[in-house]
Design a protein around this ligand. Sequence first.
Ligand SMILES: [Zn+2]
Length: 324
Amino acid sequence: MIHRLAVGATLLTLCAAGPLVAQRDFSAVEFEVTHVGGNVWALISGAGGNIAVSSGPDGVLMVDDQFAPLADKIRAALTEVGQNGAAAELKFLLNTHFHGDHTGGNVEFGDVATIVAHTNVRERLVTPQTRNGQTTPAAPAQALPVITFDEALSVHFNGEEIRAFHLPNGHTDGDAVVYFMGSNVIHMGDDFFAGAFPFVDVASGGSVEGLERGVGEVLQHAPDDVAVIPGHGPISTIEDLELYHRMLGETIAMVRQKMDRGLSSEAIQAEGVGSEWAEWGGGFISTERWLGTIVQSLSDGSESDYVDHGHADEGSHTHGRSGG
Ligand SMILES: [Zn+2]
């Protein structure tokens, strides 16, 4: 299931989110268009977050839009979806979260599409965001969500209910997963990195425990045969998402135990993970960085008394701040 090429490309993507985008060469990027189920197609390039597209008699609804310089390639890929091959009109654009490799195209599509996202996505897009000493300026008005929601929202489109619902404090503080109920497809946004350790943006309200809880909630309610589009990586199954959820639970529990025993972040990182999860560090997020992120997240969170124990290692706090 793990496509190493795609994961490798993700590295470029996530590092380039933000001010560096303008300097990046997108000329070699190609979109693979896949029919996932019902009205839903996936546009996957590895250059940014995976795109889902609903195409039908009502037009096109798109979930995420990668980077602005890829807009023409995305428009070309949209002509390949749908039953008749004709370019249908883009009506709605849903953002799974604020990161630039998922919302960068908003500025290109916002003039024709109604942009929908969680309240905190708009809040972060209108506010300059600083990470790793680099500031991403506020997005122009055209790129902003015009409809926002706190808990959940449904778009009734192309003969089905397309339900976006919020998972609190997972990858960021504004995550939404999008469930195409009739087509039986779910887009997980960056709450799911298929077959790889995830990036958790603790500086933007993300948390490893929130992520584990949110994915668990999806697993409780999603049908067994639903097709799962991850934020990054290949189209997956519920079994793949269950394995990812078990990885989250086991690696978080392992780190928590070691923190309780007084191990430093460096010691925890040096000990690594068990052989079952060793390969999961081959993507954008290395094993060392994932373990550092867990320490950082558990140390910052109110659910941990790690700092009170006096074991907090300031060095570990530089992990997990970069990327997208
Ligand atoms: Zn992201």
